[in-house]
Design a protein around this ligand. Sequence first.
Ligand code: E4P
Length: 225
Amino acid sequence: MKLIVDFANLDRIKEMYAYYPIDGVTTNPSILAKEGKNPYEVLKAIRKFIGKDAELHVQVVSKDAESMVREAHKIQQELGPSTYVKVPVSREGLKAIKALAAEGTNITATAVYTQMQAYLAGKAGASYAAPYVNRIDNIGADGIKVAKDIHDIFKKNDLKTEVLAASFKNSQQVLELAKYGVGAATVAPDVIEGLIKLDAVDCAIKAFTKDFEKLCGEGKTMLDC
Ligand code: E4P
């Protein structure tokens, strides 16, 4: 499962890349709005940092299919042809996905709440479909189950589309989908940090350090012996 960071703040993205095995960056209009700057300025800086071939996902906001396609062209012109264009799976969105897939554009079908939305997006040619795990839970359904069903639907129907699970509230949800082997998960930095937060680990490390310092002196490491 690829692990993608769902954020647009460059300093925080740099920090995540320094500490964790990150495979790319996703954004959405709300995430970009938090930066309070021209979106292309923010996205170009991210593109420069992650490199021209790394996964960067950017969403269109137009309402009709023809405008979504034009917006996708502008996004790719500004941020490079490897950029994944996120298209919400509405009726207009599906029309845009079909048109963009025919041109060979990388498409991430987004705002996915149901298995059938994902199936249609996959058949229309999307590379990824992004079920919103936590938001699905919040409307009384089971986000993890929806994401797993979508993974199965893609495999059983020989679709090349992969799940890019999104909208996580906690690390347990990420773990569930890693165990299932979905294609990718896009996760906010704080939830990624939660993947390794465990008091027992901190205690174990402290005990090792204490024992070593008894042997070689305070603050000493294997560099000093
Ligand atoms: C990613 O594609 C989605 O835009 C994002 O994960 C939504 O996350 P949220 O429900 O935490 O806003």
